[in-house]
Design a protein around this ligand. Structure first.
Ligand SMILES: Nc1ncnc2c1ncn2[C@@H]1O[C@H](COP(=O)(O)OP(=O)(O)OP(=O)(O)O)[C@@H](O)[C@H]1O
Ligand SMILES: [Mg+2]
Length: 402
């Protein structure tokens, strides 16, 4: 690890841009926050960059302000790809080991990884990341590090992650036009997992659900590996919109109502029906029950989508480490109880860890994960290769030219 390095993560979310910069000191300790900011964004819909210029302008002004505050220039950042266009595809590759002594070389591994990626994809979709699940040598399964082992037939099982090329291009263009380079792109739920989930949870079987403003990202792990990920186009901003429509008020008032009075499980509570009042000039009256109904309908939708997705991969109600909730949308009171009821699994809220000086806020999981990923990349780029051989293949796509 190069010391005194500055690593930056930029989370382009539907609800705003978050920038986190950390420094890695001389000593072997956790990275430390240099600065963090949240800024408004235009041009993002349900996680997807739909207007390059608007996002680029939003990011440029957020960066300018951020650089002034921290007193350092930000040259590059790890960014996220979000939106319901992201996909995962499992695939397999097989090659014959090339060396006469049958020892598996790095070249064999590169060849088998390439072979696994030769599946047909529509021309407007592209792979962003390839995760090797396991190598198989002469039928012997479950091998994580095949280098130096002996065999004739080398197979690999991978999970390829990607997205809709025009949206990926929109994202990269918007960031590059704002004046910074892209050091890496991470699929959102995967990056949130990096700062939230423990290796033990991933080993036992766990799902991460990052409820944001316009999306909810799901990532499922088992035996240490990602087995599935998807992004639903529904988030907490939909609750705000529903409140605005239901209570016939503007979005800002609806957001205030959600944050001040919102709660899950209102229906199940024994509390007496209450009429709340907000605003002084022309106060808006609303019933707590009506608010509860609006919130629960949307949260149920998110949990239904989660259940359906878990069912698709035969993990509904079956993950020993349950569902870990994160993202700004999980700040609603009693959400954990509601999630347990709907998902029929252990549920808990988790906050990002591994960064000194970071406030305990579930909305910061993704940006923290981006920074931690940036640190992983730094480690991998060392000539001594401390990151391990395996990690070299996590990423195949790194062309970020506008
Ligand atoms: N105290 C709170 N109670 C309820 N909801 C809250 C609270 N604080 C923030 N939120 C909601 O969290 C959402 C923002 O969360 P987050 O910052 O994770 O979203 P985002 O990353 O911008 O969006 P996305 O991930 O969907 O692109 C907003 O919809 C906001 O209303
Ligand atoms: Mg988010």
């Amino acid at each position: 690890m190069r010391r005194n390095t500055l690593i930056t993560g930029v989370d382009i979310g539907t609800g705003g841009i978050k920038i986190l910069a950390v420094t890695i000191g001389e000593k072997e300790s956790d990275p430390e926050v240099l600065g963090i900011t949240q800024a408004p964004v235009l041009g993002v819909r349900k996680g997807t960059v739909i207007n390059v210029e608007e996002v680029s302008n939003s990011l440029r002004s957020a960066l300018e302000e951020f650089q002034d505050v921290v007193g350092q220039k930000i040259d590059s950042a790890v960014i996220n790809l979000s939106g319901s266009h992201i996909f995962v595809t499992p695939s397999k590759g097989v090659v014959v080991v090339s060396r006469a002594d049958k020892e598996i070389s790095q070249e064999d591994i590169e060849r088998v990884m390439q072979a696994a990626q030769t599946f047909s994809l529509p021309s407007n979709k592209e792979i962003l990341e390839v995760l090797p699940k396991e190598f198989i040598i002469d039928g012997e399964k479950g091998i994580k590090e095949p280098l130096g082992l002996q065999g004739v037939r080398l197979e690999v099982e991978i999970l390829a992650l990607g997205g809709f090329s025009p949206y990926i291009k929109n994202l990269t263009k918007a960031v590059l036009n704002s004046g910074i380079q892209i050091s890496d792109i991470a699929i959102s739920p995967l990056a949130s997992s990096r700062s939230i989930l423990t290796p033990r949870q991933k080993e036992l079987g766990v799902a991460l659900l990052d409820i944001g403003a316009g999306t909810s990202g799901l990532a499922v792990f088992e035996e240490g590996d990602l087995i599935h990920t998807t992004i639903f186009p529904v988030g907490s901003a939909h609750i705000t919109n529903d409140i605005a429509v239901g209570l016939k008020t503007d979005i800002d008032t609806a957001e205030r109502i959600k944050i001040e009075f919102g709660s899950c499980l209102w229906k199940a509570s024994k509390k007496k029906e209450k009429i709340k009042k907000i605003g002084k000039k022309e106060p808006l009256m609303f019933s707590q029950k009506m608010l509860g109904n609006i919130i629960e309908a949307r949260m149920s939708e998110i949990f239904d989508l989660t259940n359906k997705e878990l069912k698709k991969i035969s993990r509904q109600g079956k993950l020993p480490s349950g569902v870990v909730l994160t993202g700004g949308g999980v700040k609603l009171p009693r959400i954990v109880e509601f999630a347990k009821k709907e998902l029929k699994l252990p549920c808990q809220i988790e906050y990002p860890s591994g960064i000194i000086g970071l406030e305990k806020d579930p909305a910061l999981s993704l940006v923290s994960g981006l920074v931690l990923r940036g640190i992983d990349l730094e480690e991998d780029s060392l000539p001594s290769f401390q990151g391990g051989f395996f990690s070299k293949f996590k990423k195949v796509f790194r062309i970020f030219i506008p």
